[in-house]
Design a protein around this ligand. Structure first.
Ligand code: NAD
Length: 492
């Protein structure tokens, strides 16, 4: 008897077993245990969800915003109540530590809280007497059905950059989680169901390419949000746009941090290590290159090497563990190949974290923190997104060279500067070509009330996730110009 659960989809307020015969294993990256089977749902199930969402939209958009957000207030309380269980599920399927998973859920909840303010933030504008006796107003109306396609690395947080805003603005919604980590969204949908949201307002479709392609083609779906790797982001952006859909795609990253000689080295190395090795380097805002300027090289290199060596690696659910495994054995092999290639191209392997033995977890996808020194900025290790706990060190002579190096990369998700000099900080903030900037900050992740602002190959589109941007993305503006001649009122 097979005790491994088969995950259902959630369409029109009901849980359904997919009609597919194709499934993938959901695997615990720390133990290699199979946690569930996830269906690769066919296009017909995306169509079914879209039709249900389109039908639900008719009533949902007429539901006052003040009523719509009551479901979000309930959701916020349910998420708080179940935070521990949700965090454990994230750690189980994604590998990160329990503290990291709890932090992730806090960020998800923060977005629900912001979206509860929709009756204020969705308001339009107006001006009386644009000409004598004529008034003009701009209102925001929902689009209809919208969908999000999610990556594996934040199964609890990333859908919340979009979902609360989409439904609070009066849209109906479809979520396609990553097929690698679908369990967290199963649990979140059980909570969404408890809020009593009308059927069809939220729908869950598990799957991979076929489901995504159906989302891109489905005529009912008016807007698509995507978060994932750059190649897939470009594909989704172009195909969704060709089909006339509104689309925002957040892509990959290769985030540099610059360390000036006047930086507080104890604080800088602690923060830089957390950025590079936290979540096993699988954050889109993970520091991947540290550019030291002049004398900073010696102090920084020595201090970060020490912190990296001491980091406790293991099962993210175990007490005291500071870094979990990477998501899959394929990912581990790819990261180890890139480390090997970096060393072969001339970088010095200062700390080699490949193939560690983690007692009790011999089948896990573990890599310890790894540091390569004297990396050539032109080499693949310095230009490719590694998405693992690997930091490349590059030394330059001055801040101009450092900023030029930052701006030479094709990505623009984040760039950080460590310094105690305000003028250097301002210069960096002004000149660095990245959408999220940190000054003495290692993971410059915008709070829910600011947009998550990737640039260059880290973002395709115009409006980002979270905050006012999300409200604009999930609404269309309508301008009304009215003339009500004064003499018409004389009859009363
Ligand atoms: P991925 O691109 O492999 O997958 C993301 C989603 O796209 C999944 O739901 C997957 O099913 C779907 N998909 C994958 N290949 C597809 C294809 N050929 N056609 C259609 N759909 C496809 O990304 P991932 O490995 O799950 O996540 C890691 C990536 O996400 C990294 O590059 C990371 O930088 C990026 N990311 C970016 C941000 C950001 O804010 N910019 C945030 C988190 C993660």
């Amino acid at each position: 008897m097979n005790a491994i659960p088969v995950l259902p989809n959630y369409i029109n307020g009901q849980w359904y077993t997919s009609s597919t015969t194709e499934y993938l294993d959901v695997v615990n990256p720390a133990t290699a245990e199979i946690l569930a089977h996830v269906p690769l749902s066919p296009a017909s199930e995306v169509n079914q969800a879209s039709l249900a969402a389109a039908e639900a939209f008719v009533t949902w958009r007429r539901t006052p915003a003040t009523e719509r957000v009551q479901y979000l207030f309930k959701l916020k309380n349910l998420l708080e109540e179940h935070l521990e269980d949700l965090a454990r599920t994230i750690s189980l399927e994604c590998g990160k530590t329990l503290a990291e998973s709890k932090g992730e859920m806090r960020r998800a909840i923060e977005n629900v809280e912001v979206a509860c303010g929709i009756p204020m933030i969705m308001q339009g504008t107006n001006l009386e007497d644009i000409a004598r006796g004529i008034d003009e107003m701009m209102i925001r109306q929902p689009l209809g059905v919208a969908a999000v396609i999610c990556p594996f690395n934040f199964p609890g947080m990333i859908p919340f950059w979009f979902l609360p805003y989409a439904i609070a603005c009066g849209n109906t919604y479809i979520i396609k989680p990553s097929e690698k980590v679908p369990l967290t969204m199963q649990k979140i949908f059980q909570l969404l169901e408890k809020t009593g949201l009308p059927k069809g307002v939220i729908n869950l479709i598990n799957g991979a390419k076929e489901a995504v392609d159906a989302i891109l083609e489905q005529p009912q779906i008016r807007a698509i949000s995507f978060v994932g790797s750059t190649d897939v982001a470009k594909y989704i952006y172009s195909r969704a746009a060709a089909n006339g859909k509104r689309v925002q795609c957040q892509g990959g990253a290769k985030n540099p941090i610059i360390v000036l000689p006047d930086a507080d080295i104890e604080m800088t190395t602690r923060i830089a290590a957390e950025s590079a090795f936290g979540c096993a380097g699988q954050r889109c805002l993970a520091a991947s290159i540290a550019v030291t300027v002049g004398e900073a090289k010696h102090t920084f290199t020595e201090a970060i090497a020490e912190i990296a060596t001491k980091r406790v690696v293991g099962n993210g659910l175990d007490e005291g563990v500071e870094m979990g495994p990477v998501i899959s054995s394929l990912s581990k092999q790819r990261i180890e190949r890139l480390i090997q290639q970096g060393a072969a191209q001339g970088a010095k392997l200062l700390i080699d974290g490949r193939n560690p033995q983690i007692a009790g977890y011999e089948r896990g996808n573990f890599i310890r923190p790894t540091i390569l020194e004297n990396v050539n900025p032109a080499d693949e290790i310095a230009r490719t997104e590694i998405f693992g706990p690997v930091l490349s060190l590059i030394n330059v002579d001055n801040i101009d060279e450092a900023i030029a190096l930052v701006n030479s990369g094709k990505y623009g998700n984040m760039a950080c500067l460590f310094t105690s000099n305000g003028a250097a900080a301002r210069k960096f903030r002004y000149e660095a070509e990245a959408g999220n900037i940190g000054i003495n900050i290692g993971v410059a992740a915008p709070m829910a009330f600011f947009p998550f602002s990737g640039w260059k190959d880290s973002f395709f589109g115009d409006l980002h996730g979270q905050s006012h941007h999300a409200v604009e993305f999930f609404t269309q503006t309508k301008v009304i110009i009215e003339r009500w001649p004064n003499e018409w009122s004389r009859q009363f």
